[in-house]
Design a protein. Structure first.
Length: 396
């Protein structure tokens, strides 16, 4: 395995990443798969840039319950440009494997995920693919590798190590590249508590040279992120120690520009203040985002979620052709009868788009126990063999 030795060069601009003193905690890995770090002293407070830029907004947030494994980590997703195929890492405390799944259309659930491998990389922790899904860059935490395949249905060739020069790094993960694959962004973290998003430029087929470190507002610590398919937007997780990590955006006008700290904004409608949010991957035009949420800073707590870019006032995909569900009684206290036209999977969500109940529908009329649901407006979405049906009821 190609190892990258640890040495922090003096010229590295770490001002945005050394505002907090940190110490190692032995034991579990954090959500990024690295040894847990605890912040013991906060630096200056975060900066904000109100009114200068417009943050992206998302709705239809739901967990990918059809593929998540609650006993293991599901993390580091990469979603295809059309939002139909998903690659990600599935891992225990000691091993990781790459997974692939797909869905028939954007109104369908993802199929059961299948494991695949790039043979000479034993425990990959993250993967990035080109838009045609023929080129893959993956990290096992210690090194970066490149693999190619002749078609999207073919296995990958053995991976070759990628050399990163100009800076010495320790743990690395979350690679992503611009469309021409001559610009690389990657997250790094070391045992001393330093971390950041670093940018490299290609100098040969198997070598990149350090260019710069992305600067965040003072007081923020970064987590792994990913470039948009067009290379103009970078989504990442970050936190200022006042709450859980949330998803943020950096934008640039052209591929020749650098990302400016002045475009750093929290993404709307997607972050859960109670949970950790991170590891985003975006489809074309940023329409779909797959990311993780975790109830605690532990690798095994990672679960995959998906969100849709639309009006924040609507919980459903704006392009879906909806039929209304018949619900009775409405308002409901304990039981509600749902009349449908087809079989499928029914989701009940709160008004913020968080899933609070899921049930398979196999009969034209089904009675559902809603007594344990919180009081307020609930949204219902049935996705099945004949399309989508939606509804809304009030839980008393």
């Amino acid at each position: 395995m190609n190892k990258i030795s640890l040495f922090i060069v003096v010229l590295l601009p770490l001002t945005a990443f050394t505002q907090h003193q940190k110490q190692l905690v032995s034991g579990n890995k954090d959500i990024n798969g690295v040894p847990v770090l605890v912040i013991i002293n906060n630096g200056k407070g975060p900066l904000h840039y109100p009114g200068l830029f417009t943050p992206f907004a998302y709705d239809s947030v739901r967990p990918l319950s059809e593929i998540n494994d609650t006993a293991n980590a599901d993390a580091y997703p990469w979603i295809s440009p059309d939002g139909l195929r998903l690659y990600y890492t599935h891992g225990s405390s000691f091993t990781h494997e790459l997974m692939f799944t797909q869905r028939a259309n954007v109104n369908s659930y993802f199929d059961t995920a299948q494991a695949f491998s790039i043979g000479n990389v034993s425990y990959p922790i993250s993967i990035w693919l080109s838009a045609d899904e023929l080129d893959a860059y993956l990290s096992d935490g210690d090194g970066l590798y490149y693999a190619h395949r002749s078609s999207a249905s073919s296995p990958f060739d053995p991976a070759t190590p990628i050399s990163l020069s100009g800076i010495s790094l320790s743990f690395i993960a979350g690679p992503s590249l611009n469309p021409s694959q001559d610009e690389l962004f990657i997250y790094w973290n070391n045992d001393w508590g330093s971390e950041g998003i670093v940018e490299f430029s290609r100098i040969s087929a198997s070598k990149f040279n350090y260019t710069r470190t992305l600067i965040l507002p003072t007081g923020y610590s970064p987590g792994p992120g990913q470039l948009s398919k067009d290379g103009l937007t970078y989504f990442l997780s970050a936190n200022d120690t006042t709450g859980n990590p949330a998803l943020y955006q950096l934008t640039r006008a052209t591929l020749a520009d650098s990302f400016s700290v002045e475009t750093f904004l929290q993404i709307k409608g997607i972050n859960d203040t109670v949970m950790i949010n991170g590891l985003p991957s975006m489809s074309d035009s940023l329409k779909w985002v797959v990311f993780i949420r975790a109830v605690k800073n532990n690798w095994l707590a990672n679960e995959l979620y998906i969100a849709h870019k639309a009006s924040p006032s609507s919980i459903f995909d704006q392009e879906e052709k909806h039929q209304l569900l018949s619900l009775y009684p409405n308002p409901a206290n304990s039981l509600i009868s749902v009349k449908t036209g087809f079989k499928g999977k029914l989701l009940i969500l709160n008004i913020q788009g968080q899933q609070i109940l899921q049930q398979d529908i196999t009969a034209p009329t089904t009675t559902i126990d809603v007594s344990s649901l919180p009081i307020g407006v609930c949204l219902i979405k049935l996705v099945g063999e004949k399309g989508v049906q939606v509804g809304k009821f009030v839980k008393q």
